[in-house]
Design a protein around this ligand. Structure first.
Ligand code: GLO
Ligand code: MG
Ligand code: MG
Length: 412
């Protein structure tokens, strides 16, 4: 093949995207509660060992692109859109008014707001540092985000505590730090109750997000289970207002089964918001787009969420890779992530409705003929061949994943 001049590369990408077999329409995509974070679209590819590979992108552009693609909801950190120095000032409200207009003009809704408590140097010792004024500032930031959220019509607020942990041993009083962190969440809930009342709106759903490592070496609330324990610790004045925003990869990172972590949150009635992405076990937070690493696991996760009636947002908290251009972020990365998600979601419905899986599941639950007595060997013998159905179900799910149930046949 001849070298491709830069002026022809975007057209090539677009043509090959078409050749992939088209896509869902924006109208179809909008039927799902999918939210696109400002920070994901605007991520420039930078990291500790990485210079940026993309140009900055404004919120106006992201919101316009969400509308074009068919992503119905937008989410943001406070400082994705407002400079830290402008937080709480008139300039903030001017920016918020511009955001509102961009959302209205494009028919996109703000689903979630979140506070950046990890990037600025003020958070070097975390959002619940020993210094009283850092904690006072953290409360101001959380309360301010609630105000912005109500103004933009959001229903969710998310807290990823970021640097709540330590690098060096022994410098932090863990119980005290957790108490201080709870004070900030309590202040946010109190502020929410007051603002919601003033505005005649329901209070927001406050969702805690855990991550096992990064950006500290040791994290005080590293998993969704740790967050559940924190909610039930007695430290929160409004535990009923606080739930979870698990992130798929954050659970995988520590070696967990994301599906099991989600199941525990579901049982506790706290699965309120979900960050959707992909990656690898026991590696750093690579934030790959949904379905590119673990499509089979994702399919099973979505079967669980469909079965148990999860109704919250699916927030595309991934990072388009550094190799994707600014054009590629909106021409390939987000539309393809949305379409893989929808495909997996619909396939999850096919798994639940599949007659083979249904019959196998019912047979497993019916069990074998009861043994004459509660004798372990006899009970095992009565069920022996039924248990093969576990592997048969797994095979059937694989077939659904690769489309064999719809006509892909064994042929070479
Ligand atoms: C980082 C987190 C981050 C949070 C965001 C929302 O690893 O996933 O993106 O989701 O700050 O609070
Ligand atoms: Mg996240
Ligand atoms: Mg992440």
């Amino acid at each position: 093949m001849q070298p491709i001049p830069p002026s022809q590369q975007q057209a090539l990408v677009e043509r090959l995207m078409q050749a992939c077999g088209g896509s869902y329409t924006p109208e179809q995509r909008r039927k799902y509660f999918i939210s696109g974070p400002q920070w994901a679209a605007a991520y420039q590819g930078q990291a500790l060992f990485h210079a940026p590979t993309r140009e900055p992108v404004s919120f106006e552009e992201v919101i316009r692109k969400w509308a074009e693609i068919g992503i119905g909801y937008w989410s943001t950190h406070d400082t994705d859109v407002i400079p830290t120095s402008a937080l709480g000032t008139d300039q903030q409200w001017e920016i918020v008014a511009r955001i509102k207009k961009a959302l209205e003009d494009n028919g996109v809704q703000c689903s979630m707001v979140t506070t950046e408590t990890f990037y600025h140097p003020v958070w070097a010792a975390g959002p619940a540092a020993e210094q009283p004024q850092v904690r006072e500032y953290a409360k101001f930031r959380l309360e301010n985000t609630i105000r912005i959220g109500h103004e933009l019509g959001a229903r969710y607020v998310v807290y990823w505590p970021g640097s709540l942990g330590y690098q060096v041993q022994g410098a932090i009083d863990e119980p005290q730090t957790l108490k201080w962190y709870a004070e900030a969440i309590n202040a946010a809930c109190e502020a929410d109750i007051a603002i919601a009342q003033q505005k005649g709106r329901p209070t927001l759903k406050h969702c805690l997000e855990a991550k096992p490592f990064e950006p500290q070496a040791e994290i005080l609330l590293p998993t969704s289970d740790a967050m559940l324990a924190f909610i039930d610790s007695g430290l929160l004045t409004h535990p009923e207002m606080v739930g979870l925003n698990p992130e798929y990869l954050h659970e995988l990172m520590w070696g967990a089964a994301p599906r099991a972590a989600l199941a525990r949150a579901l049982l506790r009635g706290k699965l309120w918001h979900f960050d959707v992405n992909d990656g690898y076990r026991l590696k750093h937070d690579v934030d790959i787009a949904v379905g590119l690493v673990n499509p089979l696991d994702w399919l099973n996760v979505l079967v669980l969420l469909r079965t148990y009636g999860y109704e919250g947002p699916f927030n595309l908290d991934y990072k388009p890779p550094r190799t994707t251009s600014n054009h590629g972020v909106f021409a390939v990365s987000f539309p393809s992530a949305v379409d893989r998600f929808i495909t997996l979601w619909e396939m999850a419905g096919e798994v639940s409705a599949d007659p083979i899986i249904q019959e196998a599941t019912e047979a497993l639950k019916a069990g074998g003929t009861p043994a004459p007595s509660l004798d372990a060997d006899q009970i095992f013998a009565m069920n022996r061949d039924l248990l093969t159905l576990h592997e048969l179900i797994a095979h059937r799910i694989f077939q659904i994943l690769v489309g064999q149930h719809r006509g892909r046949v064994y042929s070479i």
